[in-house]
Design a protein around this ligand. Structure first.
Ligand code: F6P
Length: 550
């Protein structure tokens, strides 16, 4: 039976109609409701009192979680059950940050031991590179790293790199080193990546779970060519290493398996930043100690997620209100708005985590789900976003938003004579925006300011627009990066568990890849042999003719 036929689901559908007339302007004044709609754990305060919801809504959502057997599904994931049923795989990214000595058994093997074997190998290798004892083909230390990968083999590592980059301790550890990411198959990305790099001092890390992804393989060949042209064929052994689950393909490519760092098919690409996918490039740039703190932070949230009852469980609450907003209130989009410039790549990363996971059309049973799943996720750091798309958030469509802020800055600054510090200035906006969205401004309030009558409607803010506020204690440290990552990874899982879909496969990316293969061979035949374009519809045929100039 679909969850949509259950009593808790029907109760929520009815309840959504019943509370449609309530306005956050009034709801937000209730101190008891505000207390009941705040959760604190692991240094994160989640205030969800600006949801279009009453305390009864919250109770009804908790009943839905019961109906969906949310706690059982979370336990099954942590236990290593094969919950990715279409690929017959366990989903164990939580094992990637489990401390040494813990045990998660899959097919009779303690995967935590395997994880720590790879972490130890990364520690040893990254120390050699960082200390200069591992040198390039001409004997020079490798100070620069280009990490090649796309999707889950890129977005998470780049998000964490950007978050670490301005942390004072991380910055000290990275002095004299550069880390870049080459993702797009667009040759412009190659050119931008190689700007100012010297092959003699560059290490290339090829990151691909499958080691078959077309873009990554072409970029890997391109950089291999760059190295070989400058330093000769033997340089590959010193200048190229790999991260993959497909160690045979790594060897076939010409990278010594001794220089390969493995992971496992129970790690989904978009959940792989805590595997060698992220750990290797980050350890090369910052050293293993900081990366260890990041893994510890993610693990702290894993424990919280597994052990804490749903009503106080931060990822679970976020997921419940994700479902409430998108499915019951019909809001297909949501914004992720960190008031922290170092989190500039959080939204692009979570966009993949969430949209590749939950953009599905059928349930686990293969039947179409009778409601849309997944949201359109986007975001930008504040205050930049305020000067970009917030106009639409305030007076256009209703877009649920998450505001993330910190009590301290990575880089505290004061300008003499200014009333507040630079971080306080940022945070003034952080606290103001959720209220502007929730409370709004009525026509009477606008008119009372003496605004001419014809302008009044233009200056009205309807308000009643939902948001979550996540306030994190302290500054954005590696540990906090890990906690934020895990919160959003688990939010996605919660929504998938509630909707009854498989959040861990991604069949929807396949068709485009197959069609690209057909176009690729047509382009090759046309360019080399002048072969006519055939096998495409009239529109694509005409476009290809224009492209080829034939
Ligand atoms: O875009 C689809 C996808 O399969 C993602 O899920 C994955 O993260 C990405 O491609 C890269 O895959 P790989 O790590 O195998 O190169």
């Amino acid at each position: 039976m679909s969850i949509a036929a259950s009593t808790p689901w029907n109760n929520l559908t009815r309840h959504a109609r019943e509370i449609a007339g309530l306005h956050l302007r009034d709801l937000i004044q209730d101190a008891d409701r505000c207390r009941a709609m705040t959760a604190k754990a692991e240094g994160i305060t989640l205030d969800f009192s600006r949801q279009n919801a009453t305390t009864e809504t919250f109770q009804l959502l908790l009943a839905l979680a019961e109906e969906a057997r949310l706690r059982d599904k979370i336990r099954a994931m942590f236990r290593g059950d094969r919950i990715n049923s279409t690929e017959d795989r366990a989903v164990l990214h939580v094992a990637l940050r489990a401390p040494k000595g813990e045990s998660i058994t899959l097919d009779g093997i303690n995967v935590v031991d395997e994880v720590h074997d790879v972490l130890d190998k990364i520690r040893a290798f990254s120390e050699k590179v960082r200390s200069g004892s591992w040198t390039g083909a001409t004997g020079r230390p490798l100070t620069d790293v280009v990490s090649i990968g796309i999707g889950g083999s890129y977005l998470g590592p780049e998000f964490v790199h950007e978050a670490f980059r301005t942390d004072p301790e991380c910055a000290r550890s990275a002095e004299g080193r550069r880390l870049r990411f080459l993702a797009n198959v667009d040759p412009i990305d190659v050119a931008r990546n190689l700007e100012g790099l010297n092959p003699e001092t560059t290490l290339v890390v090829v990151v691909s779970k499958t080691f078959t992804t077309a873009e990554t393989m072409l970029n890997a060949k391109t950089l291999r060519q760059w190295l070989v042209t400058a330093l000769g064929p033997d340089s590959v052994a010193k200048h190229m290493v790999a991260v993959s689950t497909n160690l045979e393909a790594v060897q076939a490519f010409g990278i010594d398996p001794a220089n390969a760092f493995g992971f496992w098919n129970w790690v989904g690409g978009r959940y792989s930043v805590c595997s060698a996918v992220g750990v290797l490039p980050l350890a090369l740039q910052y050293g293993m100690e900081h990366v260890g703190h990041f893994l510890d932070g993610a693990h702290a949230i894993d424990r919280h997620f597994l052990d804490t009852p749903t009503e106080r469980n931060i990822p679970a609450i976020l997921g419940l209100f994700g479902v409430w907003n998108s499915t019951f209130l019909g809001r297909p989009d949501r914004a992720l708005l960190p008031y922290c410039q170092a989190l500039l790549k959080l939204a692009p990363h979570i966009q993949q985590v969430d949209m590749e996971s939950n953009g599905k059309r059928v349930g686990l049973d293969g039947q179409p789900v009778p409601f849309p799943t997944g949201e359109v996720d986007f975001g930008e750091p504040g205050t930049n976003g305020q000067h970009s798309f917030y106009q639409l958030l305030h007076q256009g469509r209703v877009v649920p938003a998450d505001f993330i802020g910190f009590t301290k800055s990575q880089r505290p600054m004061d300008v003499p004579g200014e009333p507040v510090s630079n971080h306080d200035e940022l945070m003034a906006n952080f606290f103001a925006q959720p209220d502007a969205l929730a409370v709004g401004k009525t026509a009477e309030e606008v008119a009372a300011e003496g605004v001419p009558a014809d302008l009044v409607p233009h200056k009205v803010f309807p308000g009643n627009r939902p948001s979550n506020v996540l306030l994190v204690d302290g500054r954005l440290t590696p540990d906090a990066v890990g906690r934020i990552l895990a919160v959003y990874e688990h939010r996605t899982a919660v929504q998938g568990f509630l909707w009854g879909i498989n959040s861990f496969d991604q069949w929807g990316v396949e068709l485009g890849k197959v069609l690209a293969k057909q176009v690729r061979s047509q382009l090759a035949r046309s360019r080399k042999e002048g072969a006519p374009i055939e096998g495409f519809n009239p529109s694509t045929t005409a476009l290809l003719k224009t492209y080829l100039g034939t």
